[in-house]
Ligand binder design. Structure first.
Ligand code: PRP
Ligand code: URA
Ligand code: MG
Length: 207
């Protein structure tokens, strides 16, 4: 499985702001927005383009548009903090939604929402979730996509744990990962170490 770690200095600076326990919710959301732009930018680097002839004020030239805009799928809640920025960067994209809450004890994802197109054959999909921890939530989400025919899925995560990357790889699902960091490990509570805490709570408050 392909794992792209975006370790550009500007990405690392945003991630540091997100990791810092002193960062308040507003600053956390702002850093996540900016980091999302960088991750999506890299995730789309190899996207096919179609060529169209355009006129500049000076001459005719080739212009370029995305040949096949992706479906964006934020995983609620935390992925909502990536959705608007990804959509601004890819305005032609359609958006679907998956809502999952991880059980604090079992670490299993509990689904509470699903809004996806029926067919995803020939559609690239970008799944947006800041955290890839055990990988349970991401595997669940990509299974929903694969059932609808998706074969080209990119998991865009600010942070990943090695355990989650391994789980995705072993799932055999058609996915690659774009992240700003693969951290050290998970702790006994299933949190990424050093991580940044609970990405949903840090954006929106504890539930
Ligand atoms: O890889 P996993 O072990 O499945 O953990 C990752 C999931 O945990 C977080 O969501 P959470 O369940 O905390 O929900 P929230 O976004 O509403 O806070 C995160 O946003 C992922 O969806
Ligand atoms: O560290 C973690 C693990 C799962 N979900 C989070 O929000 N943070
Ligand atoms: Mg959470």
């Amino acid at each position: 499985m392909d794992v792209l770690v975006v370790n550009h200095p500007l990405a690392r600076a945003r991630l540091t702001t997100m990791r810092d326990a002193r960062t308040d919710s507003a600053a956390f959301r702002a850093a996540l927005h900016e980091l999302t732009v960088m991750l999506i930018y890299e995730a789309m680097r190899e996207a096919p383009v179609r060529v169209e002839r355009i006129h500049t004020p000076v001459a005719r030239t080739d212009g370029y548009r995305l040949a096949n805009p992706p479906l964006l799928v934020p995983v609620l809640r935390a992925g909502l903090g990536m959705a608007d920025q990804a959509h601004k960067l890819i305005p032609d994209a359609q958006m679907g939604f998956v809502g999952l809450a991880r059980d604090e004890k079992t670490l299993q994802p509990t689904p509470y929402m699903e809004s996806l197109p029926d067919s995803l054959a020939d559609r690239p999909v970008l799944v947006l979730d800041p955290m890839l921890a055990t990988g349970g939530s991401m595997v669940h989400t990509i299974q929903l996509l694969a059932e609808r025919g998706a074969t080209d899925v990119t998991a865009v995560c600010t942070l990943a744990a090695p355990e989650g990357v391994r789980r995705l790889e072993e799932s055999g699902l058609p996915v690659r990962v774009v992240t700003a960091s693969v951290d050290e490990r998970l702790n006994e509570s299933g949190f990424i170490v050093p991580g940044l805490g609970d990405a949903g709570d840090r954006q929106y408050g504890a539930v």
